[in-house]
Ligand binder design. Sequence first.
Ligand code: GRF
Length: 193
Amino acid sequence: MKNVAIFISGSGSNMKAIVENIKQNKITGVKPVLVLSSTEKAGGLEYAKNSGIDTAVFSYKGLSSEQIADGLIALLAQYDVDLIILAGFIKILPEKLVKKYKGSILNIHPSLIPKFCGKGFYGLKVHEEVIKAGECETGATVHFVDEGVDTGDIILQRSCPVYEDDTAEILQKRVLKIEHEIYSEAIATIVKE
Ligand code: GRF
């Protein structure tokens, strides 16, 4: 059984989809032991608590990269975490942590990497740029986290159409639906390997 920590910053809809799939045994061999948020305002924290999962708020504010790494590593050790799932976690992980957990950190990005990814491409901005570029398809990507931003090996991608009258908000919803499917599929694949 792999102990999983899910990192969030916002609504946590990906985290919820993953936890629901674990509850329904659609993903086996993993146990969500911790939901960690970069802010106490993350809507997903309430859901995690109600699901009986421990939660933690870890703010980067005022901390050096070394302190952030050591703080996170200590917390993860406390929960004996094997796998880190970034689900809308807005902060960049310190290199020391990435090195320690290399091959055991997953992220999801709302575009077809290598398109529309890297620094500055997050939230609605990604979808705005997809529309601006006149793309007729976009999608989502689950990938391993390495020292770069959205540069790690790709585990799974799925595409969806972009329609002429799409707004960034409409597109975001369409892509999010795919995210909720492929993140759990990717985790199931990784755990089986
Ligand atoms: C998702 O679009 C994900 O791809 C990106 O951040 C967003 C998080 O959404 N990394 P949610 O908090 O899971 O609803």
